[in-house]
Write a protein that binds this ligand. Sequence first.
Ligand SMILES: Cc1cc2nc3c(=O)[nH]c(=O)nc-3n(C[C@H](O)[C@H](O)[C@H](O)COP(=O)(O)OP(=O)(O)OC[C@H]3O[C@@H](n4cnc5c(N)ncnc54)[C@H](O)[C@@H]3O)c2cc1C
Length: 380
Amino acid sequence: MDVTVSEDHRMLVEAVRDYARGELIERDQQWDRTETSCCTHLDHFYEMGLMGLRVPEEDGGLECPMVPYAHIIRELAYASPSVSVTVSVHSMVAEAIKQFAHERSRRRMLNQLATPGNLSAFAISEANAGSDPAAARVRAEQVERGWKLYGEKMWVTNGITGRWFAVLARSGDGGASKDLSMLLMDAQQDGVERRPIEGKMGIRASETAQMSLDGAFVPEDHLLGDPGDGLKIALSALDGGRLGIAAQAIGIGQACLDIMSAYAKQREQFGQPIANFQAIQWMIADSATELSAGQLLTDRAAWLKSQDQPFTKEASMAKLYASEAANRIAYRAVQIHGGYGYVNEFRVEQLYRDARITTIYEGTSEIQRHVIARDVLSGS
Ligand SMILES: Cc1cc2nc3c(=O)[nH]c(=O)nc-3n(C[C@H](O)[C@H](O)[C@H](O)COP(=O)(O)OP(=O)(O)OC[C@H]3O[C@@H](n4cnc5c(N)ncnc54)[C@H](O)[C@@H]3O)c2cc1C
């Protein structure tokens, strides 16, 4: 495994890190308090090329390899877990288009993604189809020159401002997973109604939407893959998406570690900094160790993907481990702050809430364990 990052990409990661730590943290805190979407504040990210990270250069993107890509998501998450998932989901859709769009429409679609006004979203989940996306009920009816979509989607990240939605829909009548197709829908049309899901525990600046589809039209060349490929495409895209969430979790965990370490050195009890107490040191040592392990798992999965090698199990391991670790680390960060960790004047209170989603979306920890065990038990 060689996870060396080129000089150019190292500089890009550093530029993101400087911007995120310098400009983004305070804004993210304000967005959290007012539950304001970050999706209408992405201008600088477009200027930096971050909305085209996984778009090929010839289509106007940065074509960033997976290892530095994951480092960029981590740096964004350090400052704003909401911005990081916004970019991660958008990049996941770019990836699905790159891999599965038809030759005649791929370049046209990719070209748009890196430009403002073309944020994308990934609409698989429904009220009764979460861990089991094969239970999706949204219908795709074939009409002249395309498809019309009917039904309800739930939990769509980037779902209010987003324009291009990868929608998992039932295009056949059999009720089987092979009847599912993936269609790239332009959400700016009649027949699409979107409502924000408010009152989230964390990542409150990330948009989450419910969406009703009532005859929304998708031209035939916006079908990804072939009819019936929908579930395969969804699961393949999620493999890459899980790398993004693993990186997000590491960013959140690293922010917690830095904040708790600084606090432990400065806060005094019993006449000395609490960092002198072994109980505190162990929390810091465990957190640093778990972050390193999560980072290595994520780098390994990212490297495998960049080598076009199978990485499903490794992406699940990275997501499972990093997300559970981020929650443990956020818990410790609050604990080390004592009562001050319980109020939103201190950032760890928000990070504790933000970390919580990482074990849930793009496959819960239970589903990641299922993916890993299936692979192990199959003997591969
Ligand atoms: C803020 C947010 C953003 C999201 N963004 C998106 C998005 O952009 N696009 C999208 O399509 N979806 C999105 N989701 C949906 C998310 O992926 C689902 O919530 C998640 O997959 C879990 O599905 P569920 O909520 O229906 O829970 P359920 O599937 O009902 O699971 C409930 C519990 O049962 C467990 N469980 C289920 N099946 C099994 C099993 N076989 N074995 C063991 N345990 C099991 C789960 O692990 C969980 O603990 C988002 C969700 C949230 C909260």
